[in-house]
Design a protein around this ligand. Structure first.
Ligand SMILES: [Zn+2]
Length: 654
């Protein structure tokens, strides 16, 4: 902790003007040109689909919240108008970014299906039912969803007449597909039965738990991965590969009123038949895809998009199952291939034509199958984590279909994810089983290299030769040995610049460039965290809340502590007995201890206030919002041992 403080001061003292980003190197320009030559970048079909049926747009794509705060603004991205990629952007990623930048309200099937695209990282779909509208995936933030709905009302409803929203479908448990629901529907409408909310089975548990326990670290890594700490620009944030970027509005939640079982099946929604196929355990733990026979439309959710997706996302998540993913796509192909006239998804643009839809499903199925099978083919012949990814430059299907290219997930890190799924993080070599941590080994490497100057010279030599991966490996050692070595930081940042420029994946590019910006001390303030609203926080199960609290227990200071703290939540009628001892705390949900150290009476609503940062414990104790019976001192000293996590921890320096 002390070390970090010193570093922050140092970073603040660095002359930022002297730490400007590098231009694209000769090696980078050559790599970009070679890729541009190899790929049919001028294939017009995707752009034709991305712009097809456009009927309106939000001027400048500027979306502001009620308080006037800007949550979405595409004006700084006007540079994407240029058809030819600048040499600081991978030409294939540039193509994808331009496709994702197309924004507006689009008619997908005239009079039947519309989409709002380019107003968040995700896409909102509106389907005409018998008597009203069915909305699929109301974006990440309420402000973006509300602005999108207004555009729809001002154009489509202005012509054909106003109709009620009859149902909302959450296609899966990631917040960019439900967080904006409060922008188009009210809890009262749902309560009164006017709006149905339909989601896959297991949705509530996953939506409100998946990112809670490890949320701080995931959030920190997400700032890097989505490029939220980068300024927009040809040498900065361009796209995420999955969509332009995250909106920075309010993330809310509403509980589904019904769920679709694992067996799938048909559901009539506002007079329209929907056929569901379960896709849980592919891109999300709770997910489905569906087909509307009357419209011959297949909604592929996030199972099939215009990118190779993440088997394991760089922000961190539990590893996904590439084999199951491939099988679900094949099941969709068998069931609806040849019938579906249009495939639309929760990201990117639709694909029209029965033949084209089948071809898309086939390519996507083959991509995930290849990721899985190739990894095990090589692993079963002795290749380890880093070797097998390096041995496999491109899947055959990636050379033929842009939808399978490395825009968000990459073949490289997806194969590593499959390896991890089967074998774990260790490559099987005992030298790597328990190595020294980077901060301990780095100074030894520096000494072995003959000192900092020699290691720096070798790193610079590697940069000159265009060998950026080796340069990063060398210079990272020096930065970890001497984090205040400005020359080392600058050289490492130069290597990251070029790797970022060359990356086809928006996530890789953002991560490298954010690393470079952090090393130079010129990362911008992250803008992705719009904050979770009360509706989201109050949906977090109490059991999950106490498990999350346990992860904050400082065992180093509280190892000797023993006791049982009985929580009673009168408003939600819940009890949790937290047993403390042995350096851990064990929350027993639903239990009442006969002889607790202390009993703490607190409303669940007050706990929500604490989570939202709207209330502090001392004030709550004073006001009587928390009542403590029994050993008050023991409770207070135990509770003080839950220091907040660090949302700004270092990534590229120790
Ligand atoms: Zn998504």
């Amino acid at each position: 902790m002390m070390r970090r403080l010193t570093l922050l001061l140092l970073a603040g003292a660095l002359p930022i003007t002297a730490m400007a980003q590098d231009a694209a190197s000769e090696a980078t320009r050559t790599a970009q040109a070679e890729l541009a030559k190899r790929l049919p970048l001028d294939d017009p079909r995707d752009m034709a689909n991305a712009t097809r049926g456009k009927i309106a747009e939000i001027e400048g794509a500027v979306i502001t919240g009620k308080d006037g705060r800007v949550v979405w603004d595409r004006r700084p991205y006007a540079f994407l108008a240029a058809e030819k990629a600048p040499d600081t952007v991978n030409p294939s990623l540039w193509r994808q970014a331009r496709l994702n930048a197309v924004h507006g309200l689009f008619e997908v099937a005239p009079g039947k299906i519309w989409q709002l695209r380019g107003y968040d990282i995700s896409v909102m779909t509106i389907i005409r039912g018998k008597s009203g509208w069915i909305v699929v995936d109301p974006l990440l933030s309420e402000e973006a969803a509300a602005a999108g709905w207004k555009l729809f009302a001002d154009t489509v409803e202005a012509k054909s007449g106003k109709l009620p929203i009859k149902a909302v479908i959450f296609s899966h448990s990631h917040s960019d597909h439900f967080g904006g629901v409060g922008g188009i529907a009210t809890p009262e409408q749902v309560k009164e039965g006017k709006i149905r909310i339909i989601a896959p089975h297991g949705f509530s548990e996953e939506a409100t738990s998946e990112n809670v326990l490890a949320g701080t670290a995931m959030g920190r890594r997400a700032l890097y991965m989505f490029g939220s700490i980068l300024a927009p620009g040809p040498a900065g944030q361009v796209d995420t590969g999955l969509g332009p970027k995250l909106s920075s509005g309010t993330i809310g939640y509403m509980e589904p009123t019904e769920s679709v079982a694992a067996t799938g099946g048909t559901l009539t929604i506002d007079g329209l038949a929907f056929d569901f196929l379960d896709a849980g355990g592919t891109e999300a733990p709770s997910e489905f895809v569906f087909y509307i026979p009357a419209y011959k439309a297949l909604h592929t959710t996030e199972v099939v998009t215009h990118t190779l997706h993440n088997v394991l996302t760089l922000r961190g998540a539990q590893v996904r199952d590439a084999l199951h993913w491939s099988k679900v796509i094949d099941a969709a192909l068998v069931r609806w291939g040849g019938k579906a006239e249009v495939a639309l998804a929760s990201h990117h643009w639709p694909t029209w034509g029965a033949g084209e839809v089948s071809a898309l499903l086939t390519s996507q199925r083959d991509a995930y199958r290849y990721v899985h099978d190739r990894t095990l083919f090589l692993a079963n012949r002795g290749a380890t984590l880093h070797e097998l990814a390096d041995l496999t430059a491109e899947a055959p299907v990636q050379g033929q279909d842009f939808s399978t290219r490395n825009y968000y997930g990459t073949l490289n890190h997806d194969m590593k994810a499959v390896y991890q799924r089967y074998f774990g993080w260790w490559d099987g070599n005992p030298a790597n089983f328990n190595p020294l941590p980077p901060e301990q080994s780095a100074p030894k490497y520096v000494a072995l290299a003959g000192g900092a100057d020699k290691l720096l010279a070798a790193g610079r030599e590697a940069i000159k030769a265009g060998d950026y991966r080796w340069a990063a490996e060398l210079l990272n050692k020096l930065v970890f040995a001497q984090p205040d070595n400005k020359a080392a930081r600058a050289a490492l940042a130069s290597a990251y610049d070029q790797m970022g420029y060359q990356a086809e994946s928006g996530a890789w590019r953002n991560y490298y460039l954010a690393g470079a910006a952090s090393l130079r001390g010129n990362a911008v303030q992250g803008t992705s965290a719009g904050g979770q609203s009360r509706s989201f926080v109050s949906a977090i199960p109490t059991a999950v809340f106490f498990d999350a609290l346990a992860t904050r227990f400082d065992a180093a200071r509280g190892g000797g502590l023993k006791g049982t703290f009985q929580f009673v939540l009168p408003d939600s009628k819940e009890t949790v007995a937290v047993v403390v001892g042995g350096g851990v705390e064990v929350p027993r949900y639903g239990m009442t201890d006969p002889a607790p150290t202390a009993t703490i009476t607190i409303d669940r609503k007050t706990l929500d206030d604490v989570m939202l940062g709207q209330a502090q414990f001392p004030a709550l104790l004073q006001s009587g919002a928390i009542r403590i019976d029994g050993d008050r001192t023991a409770f207070l000293s135990w509770f003080a041992l839950h220091p907040p996590a660090d949302p700004r921890f270092n990534v590229v320096v120790p």
